[in-house]
Write a protein that binds this ligand. Structure first.
Ligand SMILES: C[S@@+](CC[C@H](N)C(=O)[O-])C[C@H]1O[C@@H](n2cnc3c(N)ncnc32)[C@H](O)[C@@H]1O
Length: 281
């Protein structure tokens, strides 16, 4: 069988993936250790029995719903190729909005930045890559994810990032950051989406946060003020229906310039605010 014939298997995925052809191309690229351009320029390459068999096994797992990123072990995010594992969330394209917005802020050249719930390290590593003079700290609760983020950091050859285990702020020495970012769990405990599609394979610890999905956001927003420099920014990702509730939490915590930005689907996706220390009496 040749490449173009094998890729016709994509029809088997049509009913459960919007990106059936791309999914199959990525699986085959992974097995052949080539990029997608190669598949287009060599559609007539003959495939060994072994490759065809391995492809079939991966395709069956994909048909059962496993995300492509877990099958091939990597996911592109920003300019990075990150290793992924079932210990944490697969980085999403929406989260790039958070990186983009953080890079637009007027911040000191040598800013101190904190990423809470770093997972694969996606946000922290993207920011550290773009701003080599920033010092980025990244914390994560799940030990497997901490190790994963450290591996990704090594692959990116970044020396301006430290990664460690912490339950939110618990292990972070009291200090003032110029920017705190987070994409915390924000899905409602009984959200029907949790039992559908790729998300079934991701850990609840990365997704779920109480009956309204706001438990972690509430805690992070309230506690951030103790760790922000005067004029420092907090920026969080949240569910598209949580914008109003999150803005209110920012305002209650004393943030100014509170604003929500829309993602590429025009859905409320991130909220940011600036913290100014109360005037001394
Ligand atoms: C929605 S995922 C985001 C991962 C990554 N920042 C990204 O954007 O792809 C949330 C992450 O927060 C972590 N997390 C959950 N509870 C936490 C806690 N109490 N302290 C630190 N991290 C936590 C999860 O393990 C998960 O990796």
């Amino acid at each position: 069988m040749i490449i173009s014939q094998l890729l016709q298997s994509a029809v088997q995925l049509n009913h459960l993936s919007d990106t059936a052809r791309l999914d199959c191309e990525l699986l085959l690229c992974y097995l052949l250790n080539v990029d997608r351009t190669y598949l287009k320029t060599r559609p007539d390459r003959e495939l060994t029995e072994a490759v065809q068999e391995q492809f079939q096994q991966l395709l069956e797992r994909r048909i059962a719903g496993e995300p492509v990123a877990y099958l091939i072990g990597t996911q592109g995010f920003w300019t990075l190729d990150l290793k992924v594992s079932p210990d944490t969330l697969i980085p999403r394209p929406e989260t790039e909005l958070l990186v983009e917005t953080a890079l637009e802020l007027e911040l000191p050249e040598q800013s101190k930045v904190l990423d809470l719930g770093t997972g694969t390290g996606a946000i922290a590593l993207a920011l550290a890559t773009e701003q080599s003079r920033w010092r980025v700290s990244a914390v994560e609760l799940m030990p497997g994810a901490v190790e994963l983020a450290k591996v990704n950091c090594q692959h990116c050859q970044l020396e301006n990032v430290e990664i460690f285990q912490s339950h939110w702020f618990a292990e972070i020495a009291l200090q003032q950051f110029d920017l705190i970012v987070s994409n915390p769990p924000y899905i409602e405990t009984d959200d029907a989406h949790l039992t559908q599609g790729d998300v079934r394979f991701e850990p609840a610890s990365a997704l779920v946060s109480g009956p309204q999905g706001l438990d972690d956001l509430r805690l992070l927003i309230a506690q951030s003020v103790d760790y922000l420099a005067d004029g420092g920014w907090l920026m969080v990702e949240h569910g598209y229906q949580q914008g109003a509730a999150v803005r209110e939490l920012f305002e209650q915590a004393g943030f100014g310039l509170v604003e929500t930005r829309l993602d590429l689907n025009s859905l409320e996706r991130i909220t940011l605010g600036r913290y100014s220390l109360p005037p001394a009496h």
